[in-house]
Design a binder for this molecule. Structure first.
Ligand SMILES: NC(=O)c1ccc[n+]([C@@H]2O[C@H](COP(=O)([O-])OP(=O)(O)OC[C@H]3O[C@@H](n4cnc5c(N)ncnc54)[C@H](O)[C@@H]3O)[C@@H](O)[C@H]2O)c1
Length: 248
């Protein structure tokens, strides 16, 4: 049976790698990003289609609840049903506390936390009806440690881990699992912005057991595991995917 997944923030970076990874594993996909990323999203969709699977765009800003509801309904209509939601969309705007504004704080929480809640709420009734679902939330190493300039981001990703635990409790009786992955330093547009200072690259390579930074593809296997039936008895977890920086 072909499984169907929605991936948010899928035009580039980790979301794009997850989309390609799931397509390689036979999934049909509804790929989301913001309207400003439409052209890039369509390029990713063209790449995914070369792998043979079905793939449709669902443009939406996940911080807008109406957009989330429309995106999920377009995905259900386009693919027939949805088995998996990967909440990947996220933003990071570096700001030390003395330069952090309420606007940056609110925008970070609107996308990173409220976006996860809104997409989850939009899809869960459908999953409950089918008594099957896999929800995978992309949190961050920032939920475990964080770094200077990321207080708002670390707080938002810690919120995602808390949200993962409680939705796991609420949805478990319906055959729906909810897990999170906490990527370390991954070389995407966001990751590179975070690493403008070469000393930070050296520092992170040094504190990582594998002595290298991550590639988007490094996140795919753990997400695919949580999206699959192999993880049927695993829920409410947050898995560090950081090459060995943080142990818990
Ligand atoms: N790169 C890292 O080092 C790293 C580490 C840990 C966690 N993460 C998390 O992984 C996820 C993906 O990050 P990335 O590194 O690929 O970043 P990225 O900036 O390269 O990609 C993020 C994608 O999300 C989309 N997006 C942003 N706001 C959105 C919104 N409101 N609605 C829909 N889509 C939106 C962007 O357009 C973009 O395509 C994020 O949640 C991020 O916080 C990244």
């Amino acid at each position: 049976m072909t499984r169907h997944a929605i991936v948010t923030g899928a035009s580039r970076g980790i979301g794009r790698a997850i989309a390609i990874g799931l397509a390689n594993r036979g999934y049909s996909l509804a790929l989301n990003d913001i309207p400003a990323q439409e052209a890039v999203l369509l390029e990713t969709i063209a790449e995914v289609k070369k792998l043979g699977g079905q793939c449709i765009p669902v443009l939406a800003d996940v911080s807008n609840i109406g957009d989330c509801q429309r995106a999920v309904s377009e995905a259900v209509q386009g693919l027939g049903h949805i088995d998996v939601l990967v909440n990947n969309a996220g933003i990071l705007k570096l700001a030390m506390i003395d330069e952090l504004t309420p606007e940056i704080w609110d925008q970070t929480f609107a996308v990173n936390v409220r976006g996860v809640f809104q997409m989850t709420q939009a899809v869960v009734a459908h999953m409950k009806e089918r008594r099957y679902g896999r929800i995978v939330n992309i949190a961050s190493l920032a939920a475990r440690t964080g770094a200077p300039g990321q207080s708002h981001y670390a707080a938002s990703k810690s919120a995602v881990v808390g949200f993962t635990r409680v939705t796991s409790m609420e949805f478990g009786g319906y055959g729906i699992t909810v897990n999170a992955v906490c990527p370390g330093i991954i070389l995407t547009e966001m990751g590179r912005n975070n690493l403008r200072d070469p000393d930070r690259v050296t520092y992170f390579e040094k504190i990582t057991d594998l002595h290298r930074l991550g590639e988007p593809e490094d996140v795919v296997g753990p997400v695919a595991f949580f999206a699959s039936d192999d993880s049927a008895f695993v829920t409410g977890q947050a898995l560090n995917v950081d090459g060995g920086i943080f142990y818990s």
